[in-house]
Ligand binder design. Structure first.
Ligand code: HGY
Ligand code: MN
Ligand code: MN
Length: 415
């Protein structure tokens, strides 16, 4: 058995790179706002690409702006092992969501260089465009194009609230790459990510061996009532769209509670029109995010919501459009990749538990075209999508150590 005790990353170097990246879009509360395809996203991408070039990687960018930094192996005709995540953040995002997975992949490359370790297969570190789906809904659209879930035309046409499309913004920041999106062999894909929930920290486990990810359904609702004067309009004759939204928010929350303990149900966005204090709102836009690890339950949540929304709108006399803009079924990751992570975790001696991902990740789409699994590390108080998002340096190092070994386990397999 070869001595593998030296197979360790340099955690302090990874921590420094995370701190450097966090300066780009840094917010006053200590988080990051680096929305997809903004100038700040470009700055983060450029910093990452420079670091990868310094580490001897070649860079390819595809037509969705996905970046692939390749470290050559002994046999570069073999399909690569890819790792990575995303650099775009939520508006009030943290310093680790996505970024940890990207820079842990870079740290694996840097550490293999330090060790003079040549793998059989090439290794690539990926940055997936627009994982968050905040500026350009839906989420994970570029890894979705890579996996064939969405067409390139659909991906490039996604527009932000100002009507700017991903295609236009990719060209503007210089990341409209030449490479085709997907359609190539990937031997294995591993994504390291913070858990973004409380389980690992509560159970004092260092590593989450991610076996599954829950399914998601995203909706956009437009409720239409009648704008009228807040003074002379009798209560009984109002068609108040915001009242309808209020009841629907309560309904959505109840659908989540009725499918406890694992269901999640969220209304994250609401816009009331004309949003004037003495006008009864005539139109409201709101979003719904449903999640569950069982597709049948997710379908029942959908049906309950639709029936409830219809009853509310009929009662008040509102028009309603419901558009499901995003859906993917729960995913079970690849058993052999999960086993690579189990063995890597065991060899590193870290405490661990197997778990389902509550959040969506690019791995959820890449899993459709490559053997895939994920590695979680805890985050402080399980908080993410929040500027206070934080981790312990030892968790960062542990996650990258496990990632290093899991990647090697696949990068040395020729078959
Ligand atoms: O919404 C999600 O689960 C991910 O953060 N995009
Ligand atoms: Mn993420
Ligand atoms: Mn996120």
């Amino acid at each position: 058995m070869a001595d593998t005790s030296n197979l360790k990353v340099r955690g302090e170097r990874l921590w420094e790179s995370l701190a450097e990246m966090a300066k780009i879009g840094a917010t006053e509360k200590g988080g990051c706002c680096r929305l997809a395809l903004t100038d700040l996203d470009k700055q983060g991408r450029d910093l990452f690409v420079g670091w990868c070039r310094d580490a001897g990687c070649t860079i390819k960018v595809d037509k969705m702006g996905n970046i692939f930094a390749r470290r050559p192996g002994r046999n570069n005709d073999l399909a690569p092992v890819i790792t990575g995540s995303h650099l775009d953040t939520q508006p009030t995002g943290g310093r680790f969501d996505g970024v940890f997975g990207v820079l842990a992949g870079l740290e694996v490359v840097r550490s293999l260089n330090d060790l003079g370790y040549e793998t059989e297969r090439p290794i690539e570190v990926a940055v997936w465009t627009n994982e968050e789906g905040s500026r350009f809904p839906p989420a994970m659209v570029a890894s979705g194009v890579f996996s064939g879930e969405f067409s390139l035309e659909y991906g490039l046409s996604r527009a932000d609230p100002d009507g700017k499309t991903m295609g236009e913004e990719l060209a503007r920041i210089g990341y409209a790459g030449a490479e085709d999106v997907g359609g190539r062999d990937v031997h294995a894909y591993f994504e390291a990510h913070i858990e973004q929930g409380p389980i690992l920290e509560d159970e004092e486990k260092t590593i989450g061996i991610v076996t599954d990810a829950q399914g998601q359904r995203w909706y956009e609702l437009t409720l239409t009532g009648v704008e009228s004067h807040a003074g002379p309009t009798p209560m009984a004759s109002r068609k108040d769209a915001l009242l309808g939204a209020a009841r629907i928010i309560q309904l959505v929350n109840q659908v989540g509670l009725d499918n406890a303990p694992v269901a999640c149900a969220t209304v994250g966005m609401i816009n009331s029109y004309p949003n004037s204090r003495n006008v009864i709102p005539g139109r409201v836009f709101l979003t719904i995010d449903f999640r569950h690890p069982d597709d049948a339950v997710l379908a029942r949540m959908d049906a309950t919501m639709r029936a409830g929304v219809k009853a509310i709108c009929d009662d008040i006399g509102l028009g309603c459009e419901i558009e499901q803009i995003f859906y993917y079924a729960p995913i079970h990751f690849d058993e052999s990749c999960i086993q690579s992570v189990r063995e890597a975790t065991r060899d590193c001696g870290f405490s661990s538990r197997e778990m389902v991902s509550g959040a969506g990740h690019d791995a959820c789409y890449v899993a459709a075209v490559a053997p895939t699994s994920m590695i979680f590390i805890p985050c402080i108080d399980g908080i993410s999508h929040n500027e206070v998002e934080d981790v312990k340096p030892e968790w960062i190092t542990a996650g990258a150590d496990v990632l290093l070994r899991a990647i090697l386990d696949k990068a040395e397999h020729v078959a």
